[in-house]
Design a protein around this ligand. Structure first.
Ligand SMILES: NC(=O)CC[C@H](N)C(=O)O
Length: 196
């Protein structure tokens, strides 16, 4: 298995470490790479778009030539997980986007880019997962908010109280929170199973 974490900006190393731990837990061998250029997409099994600044990630994905090939791979069924800024990058509609921002527009959700406010408004809270009864610690850092599921292809994957904070659409997972910032690999394991 070859997993690429879009390594242009944001919490890349945390996802690389979490993915390695998840692979070990699943008994899967393979590589987890810092994905910076299109030529690295050769033989890729899955992609993760990390948290960070979606404005910067969007600009650098275009600048490096990653944007279009990654969009095409996802449209052709490649498993992808976007966390926080990564969720924004995947979304079809984004409230609060800057005019020059370009999104992959592969996930049928409408999100508000900076709904939870600034860094000081960041928080941790127990999140309910659709695939496991044990609560998951959701780390929310200047998180976007999922406002609307735009089609019946999108299914809720995680809730904060009664609000959907994570979704799944076939090969795509989008989360408002950061599973890579905890020691809990259940979400990464659930994602990697899409690439088995
Ligand atoms: N922790 C994060 O990834 C913050 C995302 C940020 N709100 C953005 O617009 O990109």
């Amino acid at each position: 298995m070859k997993v690429g974490v879009i390594g242009l900006q944001g919490d890349v190393s945390e996802h690389i470490e979490a993915t390695k731990r998840a692979m070990e837990s699943l008994g899967v061998s393979g590589d987890v790479i810092w994905l910076r250029k299109p030529e690295q997409l050769e033989g890729i099994s899955a992609i993760i778009i990390p948290g960070g600044e979606s404005t910067t990630i969007s600009r650098l994905m275009q600048k490096t030539g990653l944007f279009e090939p990654v969009k095409k791979l996802i449209e052709n069924g490649l498993p992808v997980m976007g966390t926080c800024a990564g969720l924004i990058m995947l979304s079809k509609e984004v409230v609060g986007a800057t005019p020059e921002q370009k999104f992959l527009e592969v996930l049928d959700v409408k999100v508000n880019r900076n709904a939870y406010g600034r860094q000081v408004d960041s928080f941790e809270a127990p999140v309910k997962l659709a695939f496991d009864d044990e609560p998951f610690i959701g780390v929310f850092i200047r998180a976007p908010r999922i406002l609307e599921l735009l089609s019946d292809k999108v299914k809720p994957l995680a809730w904060l109280e009664d609000r959907v904070v994570g979704v799944e659409q076939d090969n795509i997972i989008g989360l408002e929170f950061h599973p890579e910032l905890t020691d809990d690999t259940r979400v990464h394991e659930y994602f990697l199973k899409k690439a088995l």
